[in-house]
Write a protein that binds this ligand. Sequence first.
Ligand code: 6PG
Length: 239
Amino acid sequence: MPNIHAFATQSDLSAAAADLFVQLATASQKPLFFVALSGGSTPQALFKLLATPPYANALPWEQIHFFWGDERLVSPDDPGSNYGQAKALLFDHVPIPAANIHRVKGELPSGLAIVDYVDQLNQAVDDCGRAWPHFDLCLMGMGADGHTASLFPGPISTVEKTQPVMTVTAVYEDRPANRLTLTPLVFNDARYVLFLVTGEKKAEAVTAVLHGPPDPEKWPAQRIQPHHGQMDWFLDQAA
Ligand code: 6PG
Protein backbone atom coordinates (compact mmCIF):
# COMPACT_ATOMS: atom_id res chain seq x y z
CA MET A 1 0.00 0.00 0.00
CA PRO A 2 1.51 3.36 -0.94
CA ASN A 3 1.95 6.19 1.52
CA ILE A 4 -0.83 8.72 0.99
CA HIS A 5 -0.30 12.37 1.94
CA ALA A 6 -3.16 14.88 1.80
CA PHE A 7 -2.43 18.59 1.50
CA ALA A 8 -4.80 21.51 2.02
CA THR A 9 -3.92 23.16 -1.29
CA GLN A 10 -2.10 22.46 -4.54
CA SER A 11 0.61 24.95 -3.56
CA ASP A 12 1.21 23.13 -0.27
CA LEU A 13 1.43 19.91 -2.27
CA SER A 14 3.89 21.40 -4.77
CA ALA A 15 6.11 22.77 -1.97
CA ALA A 16 6.17 19.36 -0.31
CA ALA A 17 7.04 17.75 -3.63
CA ALA A 18 9.89 20.25 -4.14
CA ASP A 19 11.19 19.53 -0.62
CA LEU A 20 11.05 15.79 -1.34
CA PHE A 21 12.84 16.24 -4.67
CA VAL A 22 15.70 18.08 -2.93
CA GLN A 23 15.78 15.52 -0.12
CA LEU A 24 16.01 12.58 -2.52
CA ALA A 25 18.52 14.25 -4.86
CA THR A 26 20.84 15.41 -2.09
CA ALA A 27 20.60 12.24 0.00
CA SER A 28 21.37 9.96 -2.94
CA GLN A 29 24.59 8.02 -2.43
CA LYS A 30 24.87 7.44 -6.17
CA PRO A 31 26.97 9.71 -8.42
CA LEU A 32 23.96 10.37 -10.67
CA PHE A 33 20.27 10.94 -9.93
CA PHE A 34 17.84 9.77 -12.61
CA VAL A 35 14.42 11.41 -12.81
CA ALA A 36 11.49 10.64 -15.12
CA LEU A 37 9.16 13.63 -15.37
CA SER A 38 5.44 13.61 -16.09
CA GLY A 39 3.62 16.12 -18.24
CA GLY A 40 0.26 17.80 -18.01
CA SER A 41 -0.62 20.72 -15.77
CA THR A 42 -0.14 19.30 -12.26
CA PRO A 43 3.69 19.40 -12.16
CA GLN A 44 3.94 22.97 -13.52
CA ALA A 45 3.95 24.54 -10.05
CA LEU A 46 6.63 22.08 -8.95
CA PHE A 47 8.83 22.93 -11.94
CA LYS A 48 8.51 26.65 -11.17
CA LEU A 49 9.49 26.04 -7.52
CA LEU A 50 12.55 23.98 -8.47
CA ALA A 51 13.63 26.83 -10.77
CA THR A 52 13.72 29.36 -7.92
CA PRO A 53 15.63 29.74 -4.64
CA PRO A 54 15.94 28.02 -2.23
CA TYR A 55 15.36 24.93 -4.35
CA ALA A 56 17.33 25.97 -7.44
CA ASN A 57 20.53 26.49 -5.46
CA ALA A 58 20.04 23.43 -3.27
CA LEU A 59 20.12 20.95 -6.12
CA PRO A 60 23.23 19.27 -7.61
CA TRP A 61 22.20 19.97 -11.20
CA GLU A 62 25.37 18.42 -12.66
CA GLN A 63 24.36 15.06 -11.19
CA ILE A 64 20.68 15.08 -12.14
CA HIS A 65 19.57 13.46 -15.40
CA PHE A 66 16.07 14.11 -16.68
CA PHE A 67 13.99 11.72 -18.74
CA TRP A 68 10.24 11.62 -19.37
CA GLY A 69 7.71 9.03 -18.30
CA ASP A 70 5.79 9.94 -21.42
CA GLU A 71 5.90 12.50 -24.19
CA ARG A 72 3.64 13.66 -26.93
CA LEU A 73 4.95 12.96 -30.44
CA VAL A 74 5.14 16.63 -31.39
CA SER A 75 8.10 18.91 -31.98
CA PRO A 76 9.88 20.25 -28.87
CA ASP A 77 8.56 23.75 -29.50
CA ASP A 78 4.95 22.54 -29.77
CA PRO A 79 2.76 23.76 -26.86
CA GLY A 80 1.89 20.10 -26.18
CA SER A 81 5.50 19.03 -25.64
CA ASN A 82 6.18 17.84 -22.08
CA TYR A 83 9.87 18.55 -22.69
CA GLY A 84 9.03 22.05 -23.94
CA GLN A 85 7.01 22.70 -20.79
CA ALA A 86 9.81 21.57 -18.49
CA LYS A 87 12.35 23.59 -20.49
CA ALA A 88 10.34 26.79 -20.25
CA LEU A 89 9.46 26.41 -16.55
CA LEU A 90 12.65 24.80 -15.23
CA PHE A 91 15.63 24.04 -17.46
CA ASP A 92 15.93 27.56 -18.88
CA HIS A 93 16.38 28.89 -15.32
CA VAL A 94 18.91 26.51 -13.77
CA PRO A 95 22.50 25.41 -14.59
CA ILE A 96 21.54 21.97 -15.91
CA PRO A 97 23.96 20.66 -18.54
CA ALA A 98 22.27 20.01 -21.89
CA ALA A 99 23.75 16.50 -21.82
CA ASN A 100 21.66 15.76 -18.71
CA ILE A 101 18.38 16.25 -20.53
CA HIS A 102 17.22 13.13 -22.34
CA ARG A 103 14.14 14.18 -24.24
CA VAL A 104 11.98 12.00 -26.43
CA LYS A 105 12.54 13.22 -29.99
CA GLY A 106 8.86 13.76 -30.66
CA GLU A 107 9.60 15.33 -34.02
CA LEU A 108 10.73 11.94 -35.38
CA PRO A 109 8.48 9.26 -36.83
CA SER A 110 7.30 7.13 -33.89
CA GLY A 111 9.43 4.11 -34.78
CA LEU A 112 12.59 6.20 -34.82
CA ALA A 113 11.58 8.07 -31.65
CA ILE A 114 11.28 4.74 -29.83
CA VAL A 115 14.67 3.47 -31.04
CA ASP A 116 16.32 6.72 -30.03
CA TYR A 117 14.71 6.82 -26.58
CA VAL A 118 15.46 3.16 -25.84
CA ASP A 119 19.06 3.92 -26.77
CA GLN A 120 19.13 6.89 -24.37
CA LEU A 121 17.74 4.67 -21.62
CA ASN A 122 20.32 2.04 -22.45
CA GLN A 123 23.18 4.51 -22.25
CA ALA A 124 21.98 5.67 -18.84
CA VAL A 125 22.09 2.21 -17.31
CA ASP A 126 23.65 2.40 -13.88
CA ASP A 127 24.38 -1.30 -13.58
CA CYS A 128 25.38 -3.67 -16.33
CA GLY A 129 23.03 -6.13 -17.92
CA ARG A 130 20.00 -3.85 -17.82
CA ALA A 131 18.28 -2.06 -20.70
CA TRP A 132 16.98 0.82 -18.57
CA PRO A 133 18.07 2.52 -15.35
CA HIS A 134 16.46 2.11 -11.96
CA PHE A 135 14.95 5.59 -11.83
CA ASP A 136 15.67 7.35 -8.55
CA LEU A 137 12.42 9.27 -8.94
CA CYS A 138 9.48 8.77 -11.27
CA LEU A 139 7.08 11.71 -11.13
CA MET A 140 3.59 10.52 -12.08
CA GLY A 141 0.31 12.27 -12.74
CA MET A 142 -3.13 10.78 -13.21
CA GLY A 143 -5.98 11.69 -15.47
CA ALA A 144 -9.65 11.74 -14.43
CA ASP A 145 -9.94 8.42 -16.26
CA GLY A 146 -7.22 6.88 -14.11
CA HIS A 147 -4.53 6.93 -16.80
CA THR A 148 -0.97 7.62 -15.83
CA ALA A 149 1.90 8.54 -18.13
CA SER A 150 0.33 7.43 -21.42
CA LEU A 151 -1.04 4.16 -20.07
CA PHE A 152 -4.76 4.39 -20.82
CA PRO A 153 -7.77 2.27 -19.84
CA GLY A 154 -8.27 -0.92 -21.83
CA PRO A 155 -6.69 -4.34 -22.35
CA ILE A 156 -3.02 -4.42 -21.40
CA SER A 157 -1.10 -5.26 -24.57
CA THR A 158 1.76 -7.71 -24.90
CA VAL A 159 3.95 -4.78 -25.89
CA GLU A 160 3.15 -3.02 -22.63
CA LYS A 161 4.04 -6.20 -20.72
CA THR A 162 7.28 -6.92 -22.55
CA GLN A 163 8.77 -3.65 -23.81
CA PRO A 164 10.19 -0.68 -21.84
CA VAL A 165 8.81 1.89 -24.28
CA MET A 166 5.75 1.92 -26.53
CA THR A 167 3.73 4.30 -28.66
CA VAL A 168 0.09 5.05 -27.89
CA THR A 169 -2.71 6.90 -29.63
CA ALA A 170 -4.59 8.51 -26.77
CA VAL A 171 -7.98 10.15 -26.42
CA TYR A 172 -7.91 12.48 -23.43
CA GLU A 173 -9.27 16.00 -23.28
CA ASP A 174 -7.91 18.04 -26.15
CA ARG A 175 -4.35 16.85 -25.68
CA PRO A 176 -2.05 15.52 -28.39
CA ALA A 177 -3.08 11.97 -29.28
CA ASN A 178 0.12 10.35 -30.49
CA ARG A 179 2.42 9.62 -27.60
CA LEU A 180 5.41 7.59 -26.47
CA THR A 181 5.39 6.18 -22.95
CA LEU A 182 7.51 4.19 -20.59
CA THR A 183 5.73 1.02 -19.54
CA PRO A 184 5.25 -0.46 -16.05
CA LEU A 185 8.38 -2.56 -16.69
CA VAL A 186 10.39 0.61 -16.17
CA PHE A 187 8.19 2.45 -13.69
CA ASN A 188 8.00 -0.58 -11.38
CA ASP A 189 11.80 -0.83 -11.33
CA ALA A 190 12.06 2.67 -9.85
CA ARG A 191 13.50 3.39 -6.44
CA TYR A 192 10.84 6.01 -5.79
CA VAL A 193 7.49 6.75 -7.45
CA LEU A 194 5.69 9.95 -6.58
CA PHE A 195 2.13 10.58 -7.80
CA LEU A 196 0.97 14.19 -7.73
CA VAL A 197 -2.83 14.37 -8.11
CA THR A 198 -4.98 17.43 -7.52
CA GLY A 199 -8.50 18.62 -8.23
CA GLU A 200 -11.95 17.25 -7.58
CA LYS A 201 -12.26 15.78 -11.09
CA LYS A 202 -9.64 13.21 -10.06
CA ALA A 203 -11.43 12.18 -6.84
CA GLU A 204 -13.37 9.27 -8.34
CA ALA A 205 -10.25 7.83 -9.97
CA VAL A 206 -8.22 8.31 -6.76
CA THR A 207 -10.82 6.37 -4.78
CA ALA A 208 -10.97 3.60 -7.37
CA VAL A 209 -7.21 3.31 -7.80
CA LEU A 210 -6.25 3.44 -4.14
CA HIS A 211 -9.27 1.90 -2.43
CA GLY A 212 -11.19 0.00 -5.09
CA PRO A 213 -10.68 -3.62 -6.16
CA PRO A 214 -7.73 -4.36 -8.45
CA ASP A 215 -8.79 -3.57 -12.00
CA PRO A 216 -5.64 -2.35 -13.78
CA GLU A 217 -7.27 -2.52 -17.19
CA LYS A 218 -9.92 -0.01 -16.11
CA TRP A 219 -7.63 1.97 -13.77
CA PRO A 220 -4.13 2.07 -15.34
CA ALA A 221 -2.55 3.86 -12.36
CA GLN A 222 -2.99 0.53 -10.53
CA ARG A 223 -0.39 -0.92 -12.93
CA ILE A 224 2.26 1.13 -11.10
CA GLN A 225 3.40 -1.07 -8.21
CA PRO A 226 7.16 -0.64 -7.66
CA HIS A 227 8.77 -4.02 -6.96
CA HIS A 228 11.31 -2.71 -4.44
CA GLY A 229 10.91 1.05 -4.50
CA GLN A 230 8.79 3.36 -2.39
CA MET A 231 5.58 4.87 -3.74
CA ASP A 232 3.91 7.98 -2.36
CA TRP A 233 0.74 9.69 -3.45
CA PHE A 234 0.48 13.43 -2.83
CA LEU A 235 -3.16 14.56 -3.01
CA ASP A 236 -4.83 17.87 -2.37
CA GLN A 237 -8.11 17.93 -0.42
CA ALA A 238 -10.12 18.23 -3.64
CA ALA A 239 -8.66 15.05 -5.07
C1 6PG B 1 0.77 13.77 -20.05
C2 6PG B 1 0.99 13.27 -18.66
C3 6PG B 1 -0.27 12.62 -18.18
C4 6PG B 1 -0.77 13.52 -17.08
C5 6PG B 1 -2.22 13.30 -16.80
C6 6PG B 1 -2.75 14.32 -15.78
O1 6PG B 1 1.68 13.67 -20.88
O2 6PG B 1 -0.32 14.33 -20.26
O3 6PG B 1 2.11 12.57 -18.44
O4 6PG B 1 -0.17 11.32 -17.71
O5 6PG B 1 0.00 13.29 -15.91
O6 6PG B 1 -2.93 13.43 -18.02
O7 6PG B 1 -2.64 15.59 -16.38
P1 6PG B 1 -2.96 16.92 -15.53
O8 6PG B 1 -1.83 17.06 -14.55
O9 6PG B 1 -2.95 18.02 -16.55
O10 6PG B 1 -4.30 16.72 -14.87
